[in-house]
Design a protein around this ligand. Structure first.
Ligand SMILES: Nc1ncnc2c1ncn2[C@@H]1O[C@H](COP(=O)(O)OP(=O)(O)OP(=O)(O)O)[C@@H](O)[C@H]1O
Length: 473
């Protein structure tokens, strides 16, 4: 990531976002600039790199208009660790100041997973070789002292049942090795995939260790670290399982790949990745803004949350179980509807840390129509793929999509505006019976065409009946 050869220009980032998100051009442009600026920072002189602060963004827009989706897709484009928190959760009873740091710990966790995944991918072929050896050991255990026999080049046709007398094995060891080679070839040709073998699998979790926080004044990070350390000192519990060779390959591949990667290196790289490429999305920031000058009751707690957030957003060192994460260059994207409070109700220091304000537009009927149809992951495409798995073809007339968009829009304005999320409920209501009837009553090779009439017939009654639509749509 952040690699000059592969890193996208702002226009290219917007084009990528366009594949998934309809409209919201201003928000897309600004996140694209912020992302590109990270690459620019890393290519600036070292002394300047420390000075350049990230362009944290405040997204203003009602629920379901694409705020989270833009941030999440941005992270995916950059292959960057991403985490989302709801600021309002920190105002809940039982909340203690330090919890705010948990967002950075989550980010570190995501970064470790990402790096682990990348490294596992890089050692995949090496791991596949180790898996083959392990499966072979289960099929034909090597003789004591022999270890896993290396592949014999040119050993094809070198079978123990060979008729040629001078090919006969001269010792048990040789016989064992030849048999293994014969099986290795069969394995490589995929001839044994359905055969059952016994494999040893590691059981998840640290065995029997549970520490309670607060006992020795331990914070969450030290507690985690201690648990991990104790866990790694305990012998790993393994369990025998009978599985097909095909299944064994999947299970063992992960284990073997994990053995090949150096966890200390993973941790170091993950910390750097979280610090330089991490994106933290803080939703519902408006809920911690005080809407009036009355500084008592809940407002005090809201302002407290903002004060706790401040050092993290300004840049501080947070201890995680993988090491200390410096938050100076993490990109923070805060979001909120700001129906009641305004961005200016946030404490000035926090306002200053989110210099870029973008407003997301409410979605129109036409946007809904396009959201149903255009994105790579459009709902219509998702349902088409689901039914395709049953060999049933599902198609939507344009007029049907217009009607669906119009119904979703109407329910949003009459009942509650939940943005594009309404499309999910409307579509699921429309297609529920069909999804139930396939394949029992609607067999394979059927073609279902969703027309405007079908949409009206299934949904109009509900839209007209407010009580019903409140609960169902
Ligand atoms: N402009 C859009 N284009 C395509 N899909 C969208 C758009 N807006 C919302 N959606 C879809 O609607 C759903 C909810 O959107 P999202 O999570 O981004 O809402 P949000 O604006 O972050 O709201 P909240 O503040 O409540 O979290 C997602 O499934 C998303 O794909």
């Amino acid at each position: 990531m952040l690699d000059s050869a592969t890193f996208l220009t702002p226009a290219q980032i917007v084009a990528e976002l366009d594949k998934y998100i309809i409209g919201q051009h201003d928000a897309k442009r600004n996140v694209a600039i912020a992302l590109r600026n990270r690459w620019r920072r890393l290519h600036a002189p070292a002394d300047m790199q420390r000075e350049i602060v990230p362009n944290n963004i405040l997204m203003i827009g009602s629920t379901g208009v694409g705020k989270t989706e833009i941030a999440r897709r941005l992270a995916a484009i950059a292959d960057a660790p991403f985490t989302k928190v709801e600021a309002s959760k920190f105002t809940e009873v039982g909340y203690v100041g330090r919890d705010v740091e948990s967002m950075v710990r989550d980010l570190a966790e995501q970064a470790v997973n990402l790096v682990k995944q990348r490294r596992k991918e890089a050692v995949k072929s090496q791991a596949a070789q180790a898996v083959e050896d392990a499966i072979l050991d289960a099929l034909i255990p090597p003789l004591p002292g022999a270890g896993s026999a290396p592949a014999v080049p040119g050993g094809v046709g070198f079978g123990i049942s060979s008729a040629a007398g001078n090919d006969m094995p001269t010792s048990d060891r040789e016989l064992n090795e030849r048999t293994r080679e014969r099986f290795r070839e069969k394995l490589q040709r995929g001839e044994l995939e359905e055969r059952f073998i016994d494999i040893k699998v590691q059981q998840g979790g640290s065995p029997g260790i549970g520490l309670m926080g607060g006992q020795a004044g331990l914070d969450e990070a030290s507690l985690q670290g201690l648990q991990d350390m104790l866990g790694s000192m305990m012998p790993k519990k393994t369990r025998k399982r009978k599985v097909t060779i095909a299944e064994a390959r999947k299970i063992l591949l992960d284990e073997e790949a994990a053995k090949l990667i150096d966890m200390d290196e993973v941790k170091d790289e993950a910390i750097r990745l979280a610090e330089n490429a991490g994106i933290i999305f803080i939703d519902e920031i408006d809920k911690v803004a005080s809407s009036n000058a009355n500084k008592s009751g809940p407002d005090v707690s809201r302002e407290g949350v903002q004060r706790d957030l401040l050092p993290i957003v300004e840049g501080s060192a947070v201890t995680t179980k993988y090491g200390v994460v410096n938050t100076d260059h993490i990109l923070f994207i805060a979001a909120g509807a700001f129906h009641v409070s305004k961005p200016s109700d946030l404490i000035p220091e926090l306002q200053g840390r989110f210099p870029i304000r973008v407003e997301l537009q409410s979605l129109t009927k036409e946007d809904f129509y396009r959201i149903l149809k255009d994105p790579k992951n459009a709902l219509t495409k998702q349902y088409e793929a689901l039914l395709k798995a049953e060999d049933v073809e599902l198609t939507f007339d344009d007029a049907a999509l217009e009607e669906l968009a119009s119904i979703a829009f109407e329910v949003n304005s009459e009942v509650e505006n939940i943005g594009a999320r309404r499309l999910h409920t409307v579509m699921s209501r429309l297609l529920n019976d069909i999804l139930f009837d396939v394949p029992d009553r609607i067999g394979p090779n059927a073609h279902i065409q969703v027309t405007r009439e079908l949409v009206e017939q299934r949904l109009q009654g509900m839209v007209r009946n407010r009580d019903l639509s409140q609960y169902i749509l």
